[in-house]
Ligand binder design. Structure first.
Ligand SMILES: [Zn+2]
Length: 181
């Protein structure tokens, strides 16, 4: 049984600007600041055998103000800076009505197929309610970082920081009997 941890990108693994109570995603590599403090914490999750999948809504691509090549450069930097296995992007706008824009669960389902993950034993880390909603739809356990964006929809845990989230996942993981892969 392979388990995944789906991690929201903006605000968790890289810094974001906040304007009028909304997070603004970086548009250039120059603006893109990876939270390198996350690296040792993610290493602990990797050491526990978890597959780390970064997911992100980037509607700027569909809307035309974020260039795909620039996004690829940002994600190359993130892959070099953090021990992650994959980065999955929804490039659509709300008006595209795609199945992958969170709170839809399409990115989790896609990663589940690609990496053969047992979704209902996997975990989601985010600072936003949309990830908790997507987690609920596919049976993942959601762990939210305390933030102005967690809303009041269902979530499993709210914790003060990434260190506490990782500790909680390792604790929950230890309660799952190891099965042959
Ligand atoms: Zn999409």
């Amino acid at each position: 049984m392979k388990l995944g941890v789906f991690i929201e990108r903006d605000g968790v693994l890289n810094q974001v600007r906040v304007e009028r109570q909304h997070q603004v995603s970086p548009l250039t590599l120059e603006e893109f600041k990876v939270n390198t403090d996350a690296a040792p914490l993610l290493k602990q999750l990797k050491a526990a055998g978890l597959t780390l999948i970064v997911t992100t809504n980037q509607p700027g691509i569909s809307r035309g103000y974020l260039m795909r090549r620039e996004l690829d450069r940002m994600h190359d930097l993130m892959r070099r800076s953090l021990p992650i296995d994959d980065i999955l992007v929804c490039a659509h706008d709300e008006t595209d009505h795609c199945p992958c824009r969170k709170p839809q669960s399409g990115l989790f389902v896609e990663a589940g197929y690609k990496w053969r993950l047992t979704l209902d034993r996997s975990f989601v880390i985010s600072d936003k309610w949309q990830d908790a909603e997507a987690a609920r739809a596919v049976g993942c356990t959601s762990l939210l970082l305390k933030s102005p964006w967690i809303g009041s929809a269902h979530h499993d845990f709210v914790l003060p920081n990434l260190s506490a989230v990782v500790e909680k996942i390792l604790h929950l993981r230890a309660g799952v009997p190891a099965l042959a892969v």
